[in-house]
Ligand binder design. Structure first.
Ligand code: F3S
Length: 394
């Protein structure tokens, strides 16, 4: 791979050990994928933050890098395994909290913004069309590529962090326009009324196209919340990193010569929603996967107004969106009901199974997928049904 003088200097250790290690990771990646050069990135979103997933090996890796490494571009962080301020009221153990705070401290020393959200595009990290970025949260990767038209591969935690420390990523995959063409054409033959329907559509299609790029036909309008749900679901049941919607997303005209056609019917919608449901009475309810938008918080506040929750109910969002919600008066209504804001974290990356919960109700297909992997049972519901479920016993 061709490297500039500056990149060679980093690789030779001239910018310190952490930068050298980071450049080694990126050169190895570039060699594997046949990249001819590096490209500068405008921002980075780092995944791999929860101590639940990182463990002691991950914490040690970060601690070593933090000795002399520094972010060179705007770098934001995925959710951690707990709220950084209210972890006690969430029922997190002191042992877990100590390790999680050490992880956050390492990221802080690396110059990473402690944003702890999977919707960086709602919280101050908003890439522009055609900008090269290196993001490591799969739902945000899909959203950034598809809805914004920015360019990123699905980065892992180490490669995203390596991009942060060098300001570069190897130029391959979705950074190149020829690789951004749709590979499958999805004929949506049913009306999608709610964000949950988009989640079910994404879950169905992700399984079929795996790491392909679907082009959806038959969708006339889609809100930010619906696109956010679709992005998360596509990335969880499959390895999708980008989609197009005819007439809606900015690069929908990019198509392969031969696209496989796949119908999505009313029956497929019903069957997918049924597949995302296990048996059992939920003892934990959570919305905000990916983290809630302000509009979703407004809806939750309206539904909870004057009611009390009867079981653990987490509303997951970024601190930035919570601040906007405070200003708009939604937070007060939500908190008065007994529901808890889960900032910095979510129901999947927090150790809720160790806290004794067994059945989770949620409006997220992605959360259903990963909660099942964590050994929990799930109930897939609309946002309204989640609030009804949370307030049922009162
Ligand atoms: Fe975000 Fe957690 Fe879902 S990180 S996308 S809320 S699994």
């Amino acid at each position: 791979m061709h490297l500039t003088n500056e990149e060679e200097h980093m690789l030779a250790g001239g910018e310190g050990h952490a930068t050298q290690k980071a450049m080694q990771i990126l050169v190895a990646l570039g060699d594997i994928y046949g990249a001819e050069q590096m490209v500068k990135v405008a921002s980075v979103q780092v995944s791999g933050v929860s101590y639940k997933n990182l463990g002691d090996a991950g914490l040690e890796f970060l601690t070593v890098l933090a000795a002399d490494g520094k972010a060179r571009v705007k770098t934001t962080l995925n959710p951690a395994g707990m709220s950084l301020t209210d972890w006690r009221s969430q029922g997190i153990s002191a042992g877990f909290a100590e390790k999680q705070l050490a992880v956050i401290d390492a990221y802080r020393r690396l110059g990473v913004e402690i944003s702890c959200t999977c919707t960086p595009y709602l919280a101050g990290n908003e890439p522009r069309f055609a900008q090269h970025i290196a993001w490591g949260e799969s739902s945000a990767v899909v959203y950034a590529n598809s809805v914004i038209g920015a360019r990123t591969n699905r980065e892992g935690g180490p490669s995203a962090l390596a991009s942060s420390l060098t300001g570069r990523t190897p130029l391959y995959g979705l950074h190149l326009e020829e690789n951004r063409k749709a590979t499958h054409c999805i004929d949506v033959g049913t009306l999608l009324w709610y964000p949950e329907d988009y989640a079910a559509l994404g879950y169905f299609v992700g399984k079929v196209v795996r790491d392909g790029i679907p082009l959806f036909r038959g969708i006339r309008l889609a809100s930010l919340e619906e696109l956010k749900s679709l992005s998360a679901a596509l990335a969880s049941s499959g390895g999708v990193a980008m989609f197009h919607i005819e007439g809606i997303t900015p690069e929908w005209g990019l198509c392969s010569d031969q696209m496989e056609g796949i119908p999505f019917t009313t029956n497929d919608l019903a069957e997918t929603e049924a597949q995302l449901n296990d048996q059992g009475d939920p003892d934990f309810v959570s919305v905000g996967c990916p983290h809630c938008s302000l509009l979703e918080l407004a809806t939750v506040a309206k539904l909870l107004d004057g009611k009390k929750v009867g079981r653990e109910f987490w509303v997951c969002c970024s601190r930035e969106v919570k601040r906007q919600s405070d200003k708009a008066g939604y937070s007060q209504t939500i908190e008065a009901s007994g529901a808890k804001f889960a900032m910095d974290t979510c129901m999947v990356v927090a150790p809720i199974e160790e806290m004794g919960y067994r059945v989770v109700a949620t409006n997220s297909a992605k959360a259903c997928h990963y909660l099942r992997n964590n050994g929990l049972r799930v109930r897939f519901m609309s946002l309204e049904e989640c609030v009804q479920e949370a307030t049922k016993r009162c």
